[in-house]
Design a protein around this ligand. Structure first.
Ligand SMILES: *[C@@H]1O[C@H](CO)[C@@H](O)[C@H](O)[C@H]1NC(C)=O
Ligand SMILES: *[C@@H]1O[C@H](CO)[C@@H](O)[C@H](O)[C@H]1NC(C)=O
Ligand SMILES: *[C@@H]1O[C@H](CO)[C@@H](O)[C@H](O)[C@H]1NC(C)=O
Length: 193
């Protein structure tokens, strides 16, 4: 009986040790793209051209899912509000020769890359847009859950600052309508189909 208890305690100890070890580290290069697939939520959105991310801005889109196809194409599904209605916007992004970097035609030409991710909690994108000789940049913080810690948000704001986007140009989308309801109803439709 005592031996059994000892073994149980030992097992518990080992479980705790392995749980601590498996805490996912932050990755900033050599991304394993198969691990960015699945559900995401837009948490913070930033741009050096704010009209692109406020109401009716082309970049005010709310991520729903990410998928990586066999040929490396990144397939993103977003929601956006058009005339007060949530519409679904799929985006097909070609990979470039750089790991974690993609291109996309949308409101001009876009080149974006993963800044960092831990796969299980959050991911940051940095995007450069050019259209008719004009350029702007955006940065996105995506979370696996609808909200994120203030620590992570502060870290994102800091990284935006390093890229020349001031805190006044960072929007907290968790305080706005992100089409979460449309997301639930469309997944309900899919699962009942
Ligand atoms: C990747 O595959 C998809 C679907 O099979 C296709 O539509 C797309 O053009 C392909 N992309 C590239 C860069 O080959
Ligand atoms: C956004 O577009 C809608 C519909 O065109 C319009 O009613 C609304 O005033 C616009 N909002 C802003 C901030 O421009
Ligand atoms: C979201 O997280 C922030 C901290 O980043 C917190 O202050 C806020 O209350 C949270 N919002 C909701 C709706 O839980």
């Amino acid at each position: 009986m005592r031996l059994l208890l000892l073994l149980l305690l030992l097992c518990l100890g080992l479980t705790l040790v392995s749980a601590r070890k498996s805490k996912n580290p932050v990755v900033t290069s050599n991304f394993d793209l198969s691990r960015i697939t699945g559900n995401w939520y837009s948490i913070l959105l930033a741009s050096d051209q704010k009209d692109k991310i406020v109401e009716n801005g082309s970049m005010r889109v709310f991520v729903k899912t990410m998928d990586v196809w066999q040929n490396g194409t990144l397939y993103l599904v977003y929601h956006a509000k058009e005339n007060g209605v949530c519409v679904e916007i799929p985006m097909v992004c070609d990979k470039t020769e750089n790991n974690g970097e993609f291109s996309l035609d949308y409101d001009g030409y876009n080149l974006f890359h993963i800044v960092e991710t831990d796969y299980i909690n959050y991911l940051m994108f940095h995007l450069f847009n050019s259209n008719n000789g004009k350029t702007f940049q955006t940065m996105e913080l995506y979370g696996r859950k609808p909200n994120a810690s203030s620590k992570l948000k502060a870290r994102f704001v800091e990284i935006c600052g390093k890229n020349g986007i001031g805190a006044e140009n960072v929007l907290d989308l968790t305080l706005t309508d992100r089409c979460l309801q449309a997301r639930e109803s469309s997944s309900a439709l899919t699962s009942s189909a």
